[in-house]
Design a protein. Structure first.
Length: 220
């Protein structure tokens, strides 16, 4: 199983309902092309990237993003636009929906970047450079380096904290990583020492943790 398939398989295990159906049925050739031909050559890994990401809209429904890059302090939506399918399927209703969707996402703090499928196929290097420019401008260093050395489990904890954006308990980390409480607390303690996590409640013994400000400025 290559890195792409492992990435998809991991996401399938955490999704249900419509989000899972879209990942299984809607994430196809064009999306795979984006990952293999653009993202991996440009960035080198799939950290913080999510396919068919579900976002609640103001009508208590959901929007689904081709790719969401969720790395504090920014939310980035990468869309793959196929001219042939968009042109054939567009109606007044779908045209209005797409504009409403984009406006709502931007209002909620998302940055949106659209890459034409033809450009991905015919000008991949230019598209790779654009991705690097975006990440470099937002995060510095081209978005592909780090001065924080973390284990895979610690990366998962920080990714989890980034996604939920609320205080969380050690037990949630145990369930997330399938580890025992003592191991979870050791990982959490190290992240607190690095100021990537902060205590959210508890004095003598920390009961809950939250994402630290320092995590907002590192590629973790």
């Amino acid at each position: 199983m290559d890195i792409y398939e492992a990435w998809l398989d991991k996401q399938r295990k955490s999704l249900t309902g419509e989000a899972l159906r879209r990942l299984n049925e809607g994430h196809a050739h064009n999306e795979k092309l984006f990952v293999h031909d653009l993202w991996l050559p440009a960035v080198g890994n799939l950290d913080f990237l999510h396919a068919e990401y579900e976002v609640t809209n103001f009508r208590d429904g959901f929007f689904y993003l081709d790719f969401a890059y969720i790395r504090p302090p920014y939310l980035i939506n990468w869309e793959v636009d196929d001219f042939s399918s968009h042109g054939k399927q567009v109606t007044r209703r779908s045209f209005e929906y797409e504009r409403e969707r984009q406006n709502q996402l931007m209002l909620d703090g998302w940055q949106i970047y659209r890459l034409p499928l033809d450009a991905i196929k015919e000008k991949p290097r230019r598209c790779q450079q654009f991705i690097q420019q975006v990440l470099g401008k937002l995060y510095g260093g081209g978005g592909v380096t780090t001065d924080v050395k973390l284990s895979l489990k610690q990366r998962e904890i920080l990714r989890f904290a980034t996604q939920i954006q609320r205080p969380f308990m050690p037990q949630e980390v145990c369930e997330l990583l399938a580890i025992k409480g003592q191991h979870a607390r050791k990982l959490l303690h190290e992240l607190v020492q690095s100021e990537l996590l902060l205590p959210a409640s508890g004095s003598n013994r920390i009961r809950t943790y939250r994402l630290g400000n320092k995590a907002m400025h590192h590629y973790i």
